[in-house]
Structures are given as C-alpha cells and as structure tokens.
Design a protein around this ligand. Structure first.
Ligand code: FES
Length: 117
C-alpha cells in the first residue's frame, strides 16, 4: 500500500523549475503550478532521461488560420534529450496521451510537500 513520504518544504519549489528530491530511493520532480503542487517520477518514458530536469514550458499549436500560437505556458515539462513534451498534471505525452510519465499524488500539510508512493 502506498504511503505518504516527505518530499520538501513548500518554499523550496518555484514555478520555473522542478525541485528534484529522492523518495524511497527514487528521483521525483516536484512542480508548483497555478493550481498547486504536482509530482512526476524523474524518468522519461521515451528513453529514460531525467525528465523533470528539463525546462518547464508551454507548446506551440497550429490554428485554423495557418498561424501558430504559444500556449499552456508553465503546464508542460520538455525532456532535455529529445524534446518530448509532457503535461505535468497528468503525465501525458502531448502527441500521444497513451504514453505517460508516472504521476504521484501530492499532499501539502504545514508548508511541507508529501508524495504518496
Ligand atoms: S528520453 Fe525523453 S524524449 Fe527521449
């Protein structure tokens, strides 16, 4: 059964980069988004890079008007090895949602971030 494990203090996580922590001997990225804290296992499902060490970003989308718009800023992490973009909240690969980085449930208590693992 999964248990809660201390990850870090709330003050250690900023919106511009994941806080990388070790939980039960695993590397985990803690992210601060507009709706709160999220956690991803720090392993890219493509080839195993340290996914959470990549930049937090948005993505470029085509419109019906043959234009491109940059949107979803701050909601994605881009793997540093081959540029695959993943939704931080769900772990879904943007191009193929069936490919997912592993998400971990997060709880915040007394200004401390815990993950369930
Ligand atoms: S290892 Fe992450 S995109 Fe290839």
């Amino acid at each position: 059964m999964a248990e809660l494990h201390f990850a870090c203090d709330v003050s250690e996580v900023t919106p511009d980069a994941a806080k990388i922590v070790r939980v039960k001997n695993l590397s985990v990225g803690i992210f601060k988004l507009s709706d709160g804290f999220h956690a991803l296992l720090n392993i890219c499902p493509h080839r195993g890079a340290a996914l959470c060490e990549g930049p937090i970003c948005g993505t470029t989308r085509a419109t019906d008007d043959r234009e491109f718009h940059y949107d979803r800023a701050g909601e994605l992490v881009r793997c540093a090895w081959h540029g695959w973009e993943f939704e931080i909240r769900t772990g879904e690969f943007l191009v193929e949602p069936n490919i997912k980085a592993r998400t971990l449930p997060v709880t915040v208590e007394d200004d401390k971030v815990f993950v369930r693992l």
